[in-house]
Design a protein around this ligand. Sequence first.
Ligand SMILES: NC(=O)c1ccc[n+]([C@@H]2O[C@H](COP(=O)([O-])OP(=O)(O)OC[C@H]3O[C@@H](n4cnc5c(N)ncnc54)[C@H](OP(=O)(O)O)[C@@H]3O)[C@@H](O)[C@H]2O)c1
Length: 266
Amino acid sequence: MKLAFIGGGNMARALLGGLLREGAAPGDLSVGEPLPAAREALQRDFAVRVTGDNAAAVAGAVAVVLAVKPQEMAAVLKALRPSLATPLPLLVSIAAGVRTRDIAAWCEGASVVRAMPNRPALVGAGATALYASGDVDAAGRSLAEQILRAAGRTVWVREEAELDIVTALSGSGPAYFLLLAEELANGAIALGLEPATARLLAAQTLYGTGMLAQSDPDLAAQRAAVTSKGGTTAAALASFAAQDFAGLVHRALKAAADRSAELGRN
Ligand SMILES: NC(=O)c1ccc[n+]([C@@H]2O[C@H](COP(=O)([O-])OP(=O)(O)OC[C@H]3O[C@@H](n4cnc5c(N)ncnc54)[C@H](OP(=O)(O)O)[C@@H]3O)[C@@H](O)[C@H]2O)c1
């Protein structure tokens, strides 16, 4: 089963690496990528078929993963449409904010799945939400899910508008956790800890907590497990609550979701 990628950047590399780890044959994966240095790196790192000609990349593919920047999508698809064989391959777009109806308009007749992965996909620990337009059949959904699952966990949403919330939550989410870790380290430095020690402990705490959260998604229970009554954690959590931490986070999330919707409209 042949898969093609248009765009051979960071996200494409994350997915290619995952698919190969799961046993895909390099000869079944092809990439259309304009930059010679990027093509060389793809060839060297993955031994997949690489070309600067997108039409050649999609030949014989059952699905095409669109992994270019959102602003490049219209031009890429309009140029690609005449080269697509019938029946058209499934299009799986990972471009942030680009709507399925626009993709289907730029590539007439195509069935489209939109996926919103996140940066931890680069280490195989991505969180991806998927949305399928109405004309995608069960086989198409399963294929798209299989591709994205190569870079982490996947979940389906029923409405395309939910992807704006997903973008705010898991898409931008790594930055929120990193900001918290960064400020925890800064706070510890201000209290007198060596900077390198503070940063190492903050980063490792983020990593380990992520592993715990993944093994049991009951986040409140996980938090309760480290919070004894009258203890140190309880003192910090009370300070957070007194300053409306929940409200602060909810407002930030809404700002990101609103911005995602706005970018999609443009
Ligand atoms: N990185 C993330 O955390 C993340 C998360 C969620 C979604 N996404 C989405 O994933 C997509 C890819 O992101 P990325 O981080 O992988 O970006 P990236 O590293 O910049 O990759 C995009 C690749 O597409 C290539 N390209 C440009 N024009 C092309 C064309 N006409 N035909 C074929 N390839 C072309 C670029 O080549 P040049 O370098 O020569 O321009 C580049 O190698 C974006 O749409 C982004 O919104 C990314």
